[in-house]
Design a protein around this ligand. Structure first.
Ligand code: SF4
Length: 70
């Protein structure tokens, strides 16, 4: 699995951080919403379910997942 992010859509809700703190961080910006930072764009298999939940529940649909068999 690979993670793609559309940073322009991110408004720092931190749902991703709640679902998968091993993979997502949310960092304050000086003059804008906080933004997600992906700590690992290719998560290990044992974290993939958490990453899928983060993508599903991100209110702004920032996170796109490319599965390995696609
Ligand atoms: S990626 Fe989605 S859930 Fe995570 S901080 Fe951005 S808007 Fe919020």
């Amino acid at each position: 699995m690979k993670i793609r992010i559309d940073l322009d859509l991110c408004q720092g809700h931190s749902v991703c951080l709640d679902e998968a703190p091993e993979i997502f961080s949310v960092e304050d910006q000086n003059d804008d919403y906080p933004k997600v930072k992906v700590l690992n764009l290719e998560p290990s298999v044992d974290l993939e379910d958490k990453v899928r939940l983060a993508a599903r529940y991100c209110p702004n649909k920032v996170i796109t997942l490319v599965e390995d068999d696609e």
